[in-house]
Design a binder for this molecule. Structure first.
Ligand SMILES: O=C(O)CCC(=O)C(=O)O
Length: 412
């Protein structure tokens, strides 16, 4: 490390890659052709536009980022435990959240009830969620054909739209009131999922999310109409442990306060929107392997890790002051955090499972999937398009929601 450089090694501790992710990756002839075509385009850009930019002193990445965005969280809710009792957050908890973008762990469900819920979820998953899939029949068939039906992380998404028991969890005061303290009286869940980490599962590498674009160029959620909402406040995640969680079976990890700097998310979006431009900032000898890994790599962990390394190579001061915390929890405990905080989770090196329920929660001014008719699901057997008509929102508290959002009726 050179003098003055920031030591990011703490971000990699406990996140070692299991060998070279490209080992054993065999591409078909059309895939190989696509990789060499992309590498050639990157080379051409570097030798033409790139050279001109260097001559003019232009850094395309710095230009795209337009400086370091500094986000702020200001709680919109006014209910507080000291005055209103119940399960509202205390003044101190709200202040902690505004500073760190994360609060908890705190008890949400009694431990026995959370464990029983976890067992019920696993049983339902064994029964293939009784055939329910909010993405529609095409994705349900594709889940079965690709083996993803066996993965709760995929097949369990949006299941509160079908299961009264999950719907009721989202409407319990223990769940809604902390959000009312942060968001105000009207609280909406726009998506739910489970995070299952079976024995031997890899960790989840550090990532940030506010608009949830993933491989799309459009925002899945954004401030509706002319509302101004800081991206750090666009949505908060409730991560509720349904089994005991420790560092050795996959605790969640967060850098509190890192939501202020969103360059990781924005540069990840640039890779999707303008891959040739983004790649042309890499040393030429690693371009083909990086394209191969990001396009055809066998697991998300290594892709996200490679992306993080690329972003650090461009923004050496990123998360400079961030402390990393892990969040061991007993079943029934949970935390609330802004997903713009850089976060991930440890690997599960134990013979025990690790199951969590995550609700993505927002306020009445957020437009969800506005202007979208279809989305794309990434499956190992290829990407499959699906309608977004079934991806409805749940009113957790209050009555108001953004006008264009599709709202669900309670399942029976
Ligand atoms: O539970 C995990 O392993 C990861 C959770 C996560 O990335 C999220 O809630 O956004």
């Amino acid at each position: 490390m050179r003098a003055g450089e920031i030591d990011h090694s703490r971000f990699f501790e406990g996140f070692e890659s299991a060998g070279d992710p490209l080992d054993g990756l065999h591409l078909s002839p059309p895939e190989r052709l696509l990789v060499s075509l992309a590498a050639s385009l990157v080379h051409v850009r570097r030798e033409t536009v790139g050279r001109a930019e260097s001559a003019l002193g232009i850094d395309p990445i710095a230009r795209y980022l337009g400086g370091r965005a500094t986000h702020e969280i200001v709680a919109q809710g006014c209910a507080r435990r000291e005055r209103d009792g119940g399960h509202y957050l205390t003044k101190d908890q709200v202040c902690t959240f505004e500073r760190d973008g994360v609060v908890g762990p705190f008890p949400i469900l009694p431990r026995d009830e959370a464990l029983a819920l976890g067992r019920w979820v696993r049983d339902l998953h064994e029964r293939e969620w009784d055939g329910n899939c909010a993405y529609g029949a095409r994705i349900h068939r594709a889940f079965k054909a690709s083996g993803m039906m066996r993965d709760i992380n995929h097949s369990g998404q949006y299941q509160a739209l079908f299961q009264p028991k999950l719907w009721q969890v989202l409407r319990r005061p223990e769940v809604t009131q902390p959000f009312v303290s942060l968001l105000g009286p009207d609280v909406i869940c726009w998506r739910q999922q489970f995070f299952d980490k079976p024995p031997g599962a890899q960790g989840t590498f550090w990532h940030q999310a506010s608009r949830f674009r993933v491989i799309s160029k459009k925002d899945r959620i954004r401030p509706g109409g002319s509302t101004a909402i800081d991206p750090a406040m666009l949505q908060y995640t409730l991560w509720l442990a349904l089994e005991d969680v420790s560092d050795d079976n996959g605790s969640l990890r967060i850098a509190p306060g890192s939501y202020r700097d969103d360059r990781l998310e924005r540069l990840a979006e640039l890779i999707v929107a303008e891959p040739i431009k983004a790649m042309s900032t890499l040393p030429s000898d690693v371009v083909a392997d990086t394209v191969k890994l990001l396009r055809y790599g066998p697991n998300e962990f290594d892709k996200v890790r490679a992306l993080f390394q690329w972003v650090l190579s461009r923004c050496g001061d990123l998360f400079a002051d961030s402390e990393l915390r892990s969040y061991p929890m007993k079943a029934g405990e949970g935390i609330i955090f802004t997903s713009l905080n850089v976060h991930g989770s440890y690997a599960n090196t134990t013979p025990r499972g690790r199951l969590a329920f995550a609700a993505r929660v927002t306020g009445p001014h957020t437009a969800v999937y506005e202007g979208w008719t279809k989305d794309t699901y990434i499956l190992p057997t290829g990407n499959v398009d699906h309608s977004v008509a079934g991806l409805k929102c749940i009113q957790m508290a209050g009555e108001r929601h953004y006008g264009g959002n599709r709202m669900a009726r309670a399942p029976e």
